[in-house]
Design a protein around this ligand. Structure first.
Ligand code: FAD
Length: 106
């Protein structure tokens, strides 16, 4: 990332004067995904992402690039902790749908 410093896009600095419909704090996957869908679902909204460092500064710019539907934990533990087997299955389906959604959007 340091080697690409001069190729990075620059973004306006917040002066405290702007007013937006949706303000999102953090330009990682979570913030960018939220901004993308806020705009997609309601194009008339003004949406701003506020990033303290640079977009992708956090874990989103440092991860291994694995796109997986594997849950970060044990499925049986999920089932015991929450709504049982059905909830655990529904959660797994969301992970699978998430992978498809990322590929669609890319
Ligand atoms: C080494 C590593 C490897 C990984 N590998 C994988 C992988 O292969 N596959 C996978 O799916 N996941 C992986 N992950 C997990 C994944 O990267 C994270 O779950 C994901 O990036 C989190 O995204 P995020 O947007 O929630 O957080 P972040 O990407 O951390 O974004 C948060 C952003 O908010 C900004 N911020 C914080 N405070 C403020 C503030 N007060 N004002 C403005 N901005 C602020 C930060 O600068 C940062 O840019 C990995 C994580 C790490 C650390």
């Amino acid at each position: 990332m340091a080697q690409l410093a001069d190729k990075r896009p620059s973004f306006p600095r917040f002066t405290g004067q702007d007013s937006v419909d949706v303000a999102i704090v953090g330009g990682g996957y979570t913030g960018l995904w939220a901004a993308y869908f806020a705009k997609k679902l309601e194009p008339s909204l003004s949406v701003a992402v506020f990033e303290a460092e640079q977009v992708g500064y956090g874990a989103s710019g440092r991860n291994g690039g694995w796109l997986s539907a594997m849950p970060p934990g044990n499925r049986a533990t999920f089932a015991r902790a929450g709504g049982g087997l059905e909830a655990s299955r529904a959660l797994q389906q969301e992970f699978v749908a998430g992978v498809d959604a990322v590929l669609d959007i890319l």
